[in-house]
Design a protein around this ligand. Structure first.
Ligand code: FAD
Length: 467
């Protein structure tokens, strides 16, 4: 029987990063993955393929809508070749998952393909295609991730009533895509198909989209996506989703309780994700799950069984790849006797629509609820030379700072390249910068990043220069 210092179950961004860090720290490490490819949800059916399709559809939209204004003429019609678009996406996925194989090999991590299930707290059975194998591990890291969740009355047939996984490989462009759920995944994939020519209707239970983010971001994104002709049915409670041949009929109650019927040819159910522990046999190791099916962990990500840890989507907290990665690193370093720490307040959240939406720290709503005295500085993207040069003028940067100390408490932005710009916000907050600190740093001109400096100037005595 093979023996390891650490066995990692699941090879998503949590699991593979944990395995690499364990190996770097000198631990004999195994990783167990039930699918043929490594990389988990993120690399196979999540972050990477969705960004590949967002980029392709963005190029198409630019070609159709904006090239002419830029003085670029294309003889004949610009057409979508969906098959090629999906094939390119798959190529990106394949390249990326092979990269993880390379990293496992480079770090001398043993890879087992099969379902890992606990026999007891130190033994894991692996059900492989060619038979069973048991390994022994002093420590185990559960990184089994999550799966799309649904509503109890919806039958996902994976053809017309679909989850994000199917939406990443459709064979045709929907005529009318109904998206249930105005969160990150629904909006990103809704925008992909909108750009490719589908009508898109978003049905959301709450009174705003991206409900966890600052209200100003929801408002601006709604405004911009409405301009892009996405329809929104907010405060709508979906009651039924019925498929009749090629038609999908969604019925919902609006906020007055009146029934609304929406007909489309595809319905994307994107109402969130749920932790995944099927087949893990956590009971056999004595590992406790909480009432929402997540593996219960303490602040060191340790389960109730001292040599078993859990990370990523399968534990509490934001379901984000970079959160899972930080947790993977943290557990590896704890196992090596170090004292790492994660500041969960500084895990950024990003929506990769265009304009992109990104945030770190507290929202204005949270600060109000917590009774914190704060001030706010906001700067519109349209006032930047760089934004006008590229015609990406939607959005703004908003900085929230403590009214008394000027410490930055939250940065919220929507606009071109905000997914990358937010890193400046994370760095500033990690070093506990004041708004004035940011306002006094030189930002290259002309860049979108100048909006961060200007918002900081606005937050400190209303000193923005270009509005
Ligand atoms: P996962 O990536 O879910 O990996 C878990 C792995 O464990 C899987 O490969 C699974 O097969 C394996 N497994 C499960 N049980 C067993 C078992 N018993 N034995 C062996 N293997 C097992 N996050 C971002 O930060 N940015 C984004 O842009 C982003 N975009 C997304 C887009 C979409 C469409 C989706 C669906 C998600 C997106 N996410 C994004 C979320 C991100 O994918 C997850 O937060 C991340 O993958 C979680 O990582 P993880 O390691 O916890 O689990």
């Amino acid at each position: 029987m093979n023996q390891y210092d650490v066995a990692v179950i699941g090879s998503g961004p949590g699991g593979y990063v944990a395995a690499i860090r364990c190996a770097q720290l000198g631990m004999k490490t195994a990783i167990i993955e039930k699918y043929a490819t490594l990389g988990g949800t993120c690399l196979n059916v999540g972050c990477i393929p969705s960004k590949a399709l967002l980029d392709s559809s963005h190029h198409y939209e630019d070609a159709v809508k904006h090239f002419e204004e830029h003085g670029i003429e294309i003889p004949g019609d610009v057409k979508v070749n969906l098959e090629q678009m999906i094939a390119r996406k798959q190529g990106v996925v394949d390249q990326t998952t092979k990269g993880i194989e390379f990293l496992m090999d480079k770090n001398k991590i043993d890879v087992y393909h099969g379902v890992g299930s606990f026999k007891d707290a130190t033994h894991i059975n692996i059900a492989k295609e060619d038979g069973e194998e048991t390994i022994e591990a002093k420590n185990t890291i559960i990184a089994t991730g999550s799966k799309p969740s649904s509503l109890p009355f919806i039958e996902i047939d994976k053809e017309r009533v679909i989850t994000s996984t199917e939406a990443l490989k459709l064979k045709e462009i929907p005529k009318h895509l109904i998206v249930i759920g105005g969160g990150v995944i629904g909006l990103e994939l809704g925008q992909v198909y909108k750009r490719l020519g589908a009508d898109v209707t978003v049905v959301e239970f709450m009174d705003r989209i991206i409900p966890g983010m600052d209200g100003a971001l929801s408002k601006e994104l709604t405004k911009v996506m409405k301009k892009q002709k996405v329809k929104f049915n907010l405060s709508h409670k979906v009651k039924s989703v019925e498929r009749k041949g090629d038609e999908v009929i969604v019925k919902a109650d609006d906020k007055k309780g009146e029934e609304v019927t929406i007909k489309g040819d595809y319905c994307l159910v994107s109402v969130g994700r749920k932790p995944y522990t099927d087949g893990l046999n956590a009971d056999a190791a004595g590992v406790k799950l909480d009432d929402r099916g997540r593996v219960e962990v303490n602040e060191h990500l340790q389960t109730n069984v001292s040599n078993i840890y859990a990370i990523g989507d399968v534990v509490k907290g934001a379901m984000l790849a970079h959160k899972a990665e930080e947790e993977g690193t943290m557990v590896a370093e704890i196992l090596a006797g170090q004292k790492p720490h994660i500041d969960y307040n500084l895990i950024p959240g990003v929506v990769y629509t265009w304009p992109e939406v990104a945030a770190v720290g507290k929202t204005e709503e949270q600060l109000k609820e917590e009774g914190v005295e704060y001030k706010s500085g906001q700067f519109p993207m349209r006032a930047l030379g760089r934004a006008r040069a590229s015609m990406d003028i939607d959005g703004f940067v908003k900085i929230l700072a403590d009214k008394n100390t000027d410490e930055v408490l939250g940065i919220h932005m929507i606009g071109a390249r905000c997914a990358d710009l937010i890193a400046e916000g994370v760095t500033a907050m990690e070093f506990r910068a004041s708004a004035e600190d940011i306002s006094r740093m030189s930002h290259a001109h002309p860049t979108y990043a100048e909006a961060v400096k200007e918002a900081a100037l606005a937050a400190t005595d209303d000193r923005a220069l270009h509005v």
